[in-house]
Ligand binder design. Structure first.
Ligand code: ADP
Length: 170
């Protein structure tokens, strides 16, 4: 009986360490313009941390858009926000999100969904990314309290000198 108990405990330990190890290795890219990074973005990261071991926030460098902040200063301010969270890394990138995923060893892309418009857009990209690289896209519905928050609205308000602090994470 003693041997059987030992074998049972050993098997449980093996199963436990295996499941723990596999789940510990899930990395997701959270790509976006983040111009600027809002409370809506922060909510997606916080919820993503409950699903993935690590999140790499990929700040897209787009030559065609005229950003409020340069990519470097966006990276810097987001990194400052997560300075106490070793599971979050922030990088700038100017190639495809699936290439960033490959570099970072990520099997997932995390995105937020606010509206039907977001859905249509995300579906096409997700299908394409999956076909090209096998990377799965995980979509999280926006928390209703943030559904109207967007970087473009924040930029618009800033242009008219309004206080936007309630939309920015601290
Ligand atoms: P992009 O230019 O790639 O759409 P954004 O910086 O606008 O980048 O957004 C990055 C991601 O964050 C997108 O998946 C977007 O849907 C999501 N997102 C933006 N605002 C919110 C919000 N208020 N709630 C939930 N998700 C959001």
């Amino acid at each position: 009986l003693f041997t059987r108990i030992l074998v049972y405990l050993f098997t449980r330990l093996l199963v436990y360490s295996f499941t723990k190890r596999t789940s510990m290795h899930s990395i997701a890219i959270f790509p976006g313009s983040f111009d600027p990074f809002t409370v809506g973005h922060a909510d997606i990261v916080a919820r993503g941390l409950g699903m993935f071991e690590r999140i790499v926030i990929g700040v897209g460098v787009n030559e065609h858009k005229r950003p409020l902040q340069t990519a470097d200063s966006r990276v810097e301010s987001i990194a400052r926000l997560y300075a106490g969270e070793p599971r979050v890394k922030v990088v700038a990138y100017s190639d495809l999100t699936i290439d960033l995923a490959r570099r970072e060893g990520a099997d997932f892309i995390l995105r937020g969904l606010r509206s039907v418009k977001d859905f249509e857009y995300e579906r096409d990209i997700a299908v394409m990314n999956k076909a090209l690289s096998g990377v799965e896209t995980v979509l999280l519905f926006t928390d209703p309290q943030y559904s109207a928050v967007s970087s473009s609205v924040v930029r618009e308000l800033l242009a008219f000198g309004k206080d936007v602090s309630e939309f920015l994470p601290h």
